[in-house]
Design a protein around this ligand. Structure first.
Ligand code: NAP
Length: 469
């Protein structure tokens, strides 16, 4: 209920129509029962000074600031928090009895998102694409944490990158290189890199078919952080995932920069998971960028899908234990029903009979509650199976790179892996995985890259993902 006591926060920018900050903050205020409201204000450049004065006049508690005002707003403020001063851009204003302080939570939000994935910047070689407002915040945040930076920006505005590299170098005492963003420079810069960050707007809707890094330059093990959040799964991230890179999306940063602003205004601990869920819903995807939002469904089971060797049974066992649910293995049920091994079913009766059995056991199991269902690798090929499973289960795709799969399955496993045949196993895995990948993605509510993770960690990540769903 809005009253004369209600504290007002908001966003100034031009445009503000597509911002998800109002849903994110209002959901967080509601969740904590705080008498606050968050409103978007479209403010053109010529009205910026009067808008900021209005913050004092109306005793508005605080604002977020977005394009095109992040730099222009600075002269109208009373104080700058040191990091915002260094960066030269403000994305959050706090009003304490008429004294306006400018903060930059983009920087800390970026670090929280990176560290939340277990990646510490200290000593890492980072390639930063872009030299705009967000890139400035990220460059200082990374330099402050001891990362080694190279900044690439397109030719027309290379001066911005040179200026940014100079400021960050003198602040950190470490040399920061600035290069033109082109294929040869990017290729060379990525050779020693641990992390690449896209802080350009390339790949953002409506240009979501574009990527600032060509597919061939992304390799397994590289951390690829795309701060673009619309769409959540950008082309860069999806190609990076296919190459076996570790990916971080812009949604995490968006939520964290919002959470930090929320804490500055309210003094309360931000309900980060509530904010994440609202933002994911508003952006039309799951927090993992999965295909279908399961948030509206009341599900008590989890179905694990993925290629052979993705760890469905091993993870399922740990998950069942942690969540106190029953583990059901579809392939074991098929073996029980047929009275023979899977290899033998394939040998004697062929794949079609196997798929029929698979469909039968899926139907029998799908409606039951409180199960962890470890599915066979090919369950996703039949949409009827997936629709049945989804009636009661969140579908989790355990992704793994071809190399990880080969390491996990090939040794002595041919008896139970009839689909790989007798030829070149590595080639067979690549081909079959390439064929099945779109089916797994389409089925998934949650996607987890297991390539470089242990079983416990995967199970924990699934539980965290389910909480967000
Ligand atoms: P900005 O200040 O306008 O900077 C845009 C950057 O993108 C500049 O470096 C620009 O290069 C570069 N760029 C634009 N088009 C390009 C192209 N075709 N090829 C190569 N480079 C290109 O914007 P910003 O505020 O930094 O935002 C950049 C992106 O980050 C946006 O997509 C924004 O939505 C996203 N963002 C996300 C978060 C988050 O929380 N996840 C926070 C802030 C921003 P020039 O200098 O050459 O123009």
């Amino acid at each position: 209920m809005i009253s004369s006591e209600t504290r007002i926060c908001g966003l100034i920018g031009d445009p503000v129509t597509h911002s998800v900050s109002p849903v994110m903050h209002n959901a967080a205020f509601d969740f904590l029962g705080l008498d606050y409201i968050y409103l978007p204000f479209a403010v053109t450049k010529d009205r910026l000074a009067r808008a900021v004065d209005g913050v004092r006049g109306l005793n508005i508690r605080g604002l977020n600031v977005t394009i095109p005002h992040k730099v222009a707003v600075i002269p109208f403020l009373d104080r700058l928090e040191p990091l915002a001063e260094r960066i030269g851009a403000v994305n959050t204003i706090v009003n304490d009895d008429g004294v306006l302080t400018g903060h930059n939570t983009d920087a800390a939000g970026f670090l929280k998102a990176l560290q939340g994935r277990g990646i510490e910047p200290k000593g890492k070689v980072v390639v930063l694409l872009g030299a705009g407002g967000a890139a400035r915040a990220i460059a200082f945040a990374l330099a402050e944490k001891g990362a080694r930076l190279t900044i690439l920006n397109r030719k027309q505005e290379l001066d911005w990158a040179v200026e940014l590299a100079g400021s960050v170098s003198s602040f950190s005492g470490r040399k920061v290189k600035a290069l033109e963003l082109n294929e040869p420079n990017l290729k060379a810069a990525l050779v020693p890199a641990d992390v690449v960050v896209n802080a350009t707007s390339v790949g953002m809707r409506p240009n979501d078919g574009q990527s600032p890094v060509s597919r061939e330059l992304v390799r397994q093990g590289l951390v690829v952080f795309d701060i673009v959040y619309s769409p959540v799964r950008t082309r860069l991230l999806s190609e990076a995932e296919q190459a076996g890179a570790v990916t971080v999306n812009g949604l995490d940063m968006l939520v964290w920069q919002g959470a930090l602003a929320f804490e500055l205004w309210t003094g309360a601990k931000a309900p980060v998971e509530v904010m994440r869920k609202e933002v994911a819903r508003a952006l039309g995807g799951t927090p993992f960028g999965g295909a279908v939002g399961a948030g509206e469904r009341k599900t008590t089971s989890v179905a694990l899908v993925g290629f052979m060797g993705a760890g469905k049974t091993a993870v399922g066992r740990v998950l069942a234990e942690k969540m106190n649910k029953e583990l059901v293995e579809l392939d074991s049920l098929i073996v029980e029903k047929a009275g023979k091994s899977i290899a033998r079913i394939f040998d004697q009766e062929g794949e079609i009979v196997f798929r029929q059995l698979e469909m039968e056991v899926t139907r029998e199991v799908a409606g039951r509650k409180n199960q962890i269902i470890a599915c066979g690798g090919g369950v996703v090929l039949n949409k009827i199976n997936i629709d049945r499973l989804k009636a009661e289960a969140v579908v989790v795709y355990l992704m793994a790179s071809p190399e990880a799969i080969q390491e996990r399955v090939v040794a002595g496993d041919a008896e139970v892996r009839p689909l790989l045949g007798d030829g070149d196993k590595s080639l067979a895995i690549r081909e079959l995985l390439a064929f099945r990948q779109p089916f797994y993605r389409r089925a998934a509510d949650i996607i987890i890259d297991t390539s470089r993770m242990g079983i416990e960690a995967v199970a924990e990540q699934i539980i965290a993902g389910l909480k967000r769903e």
